[in-house]
Design a protein around this ligand. Structure first.
Ligand code: ATM
Length: 253
C-alpha cells in the first residue's frame, strides 16, 4: 500500500471522544486539521510541533496557513494584514471576499490535492476565522459568510479543529511584545477581539464533534499536551504512538 496512505489514516470507528467525533467509515484521504483562535494563542508554534510529531510517527504531513500558503495567498496576506497607516478602511465584506479568495487558491492548489493523495494537512486558521473575525467581530451576517465559504472550499470541512482559547486582552498583550503586529491589532479595539473570542467559542459549542477547545492561557508544554491528545483521539489507536506512561491531559471546554 502507498506509504502515505498507510501512514495518513488508520482504521476508524464511529465514536466521540473528548469532543472529537471520528468519521464512521474508513477514510481514503489524509486528515485535515485546523488550528484556530484569537491572537497570541500560539497557533504557529503548536502547528509546527504537531507537524514535527506527526512526521516523527511516520505520517506524511503538510503545514500551511491562512491567509497564505500559495503565491497568490501570500500576496493577499500582505494586502490584508499590512494595509499602510491612513489607508481607507477596508469594508468587512471586501475583507471576507479577499480572505475567501486566498482560501480558494489554497484549497485548490494545496489542501485538496494533498488530502487526496493521503497527506495530512495542518492549517493555521481556516474558514472559522472568517466567521469569527468578519462575522462575530465585524458584524457580517453569518449565513452570507457561510455561503462564501461553501463556494471557496467546495464544502471542504476540517476533520478536527483545535481552538486555542484565551482572553482577548492576554492574547493582545502577548502580541504587543512581538514585532509582527497586523492591522487587526492596530486598527481594531479590544471589544472587537472579545467578540472574536466569543465567536470562536460559539462556533465550538455548536460543533462539538469537530472542535477541541484547548486552554491557551497555560504554558506551551501544557498546551502541546492537550493538542497532542486531541490529535491522538482523532487518529485512533493504530496511528497514535505508543506512550503508555504519558499522564492524561484534560482538554478544557
Ligand atoms: P495571523 O495568521 O498572524 O493570526 O494573522 C492573520 C490575521 O488575519 C488575524 N488577525 N488578527 N488579529 C485574523 C485575520 N483573519 C481574518 O480576519 N479572517 C480570516 O478569514 C482569516 C483566515 C484571518
Amino acid at each position: 500500500m502507498d506509504e502515505r496512505r498507510r501512514s495518513g489514516r488508520g482504521p476508524i470507528r464511529a465514536a466521540t471522544l473528548g469532543g472529537v467525533a471520528r468519521p464512521a467509515s474508513p477514510p481514503t484521504r489524509g486528515w485535515f486539521i485546523t488550528i484556530e483562535g484569537p491572537e497570541g494563542g500560539g497557533k504557529t508554534t503548536q502547528a509546527a510541533r504537531l507537524e514535527a510529531w506527526l512526521r516523527g510517527v511516520g505520517m506524511a504531513v503538510v503545514r500551511t496557513r491562512e491567509p497564505g500558503g500559495t503565491k497568490l495567498g501570500e500576496q493577499l496576506r500582505d494586502l490584508l494584514l499590512n494595509a499602510p497607516a491612513g489607508a481607507a478602511q477596508i469594508d468587512p465584506l471586501a475583507d471576507a471576499f479577499l480572505f475567501n479568495a486566498a482560501r480558494r487558491q489554497l484549497v485548490a492548489e494545496v489542501i485538496r490535492p494533498e488530502l487526496d493523495s493521503g497527506v495530512t494537512v495542518i492549517c493555521a486558521r481556516f474558514a472559522d476565522s472568517t466567521l469569527a473575525y468578519q462575522g462575530y467581530g465585524s458584524g457580517l451576517d453569518l449565513e452570507t459568510l457561510r455561503s462564501l465559504e461553501a463556494v471557496a472550499t467546495d464544502g471542504l470541512r476540517p476533520d478536527l479543529t483545535i481552538l486555542l482559547d484565551l482572553p482577548a486582552e492576554l492574547g493582545l498583550a502577548r502580541k504587543t511584545e512581538t514585532v509582527d503586529q497586523t492591522r487587526f491589532e492596530t486598527d481594531f479595539d479590544v471589544g472587537f477581539h472579545r467578540r472574536v473570542r466569543d465567536g470562536f467559542l460559539s462556533l465550538a459549542a455548536a460543533d462539538v464533534g469537530r472542535f477541541a477547545v484547548v486552554d491557551a492561557e497555560t504554558s506551551e508544554e501544557t498546551v502541546w499536551s492537550a493538542v497532542r491528545l486531541a490529535v491522538e483521539r482523532l487518529l485512533g489507536p493504530s496511528d497514535a504512538p505508543n506512550e503508555p506512561d504519558r499522564p492524561a491531559v484534560r482538554i478544557p471546554g
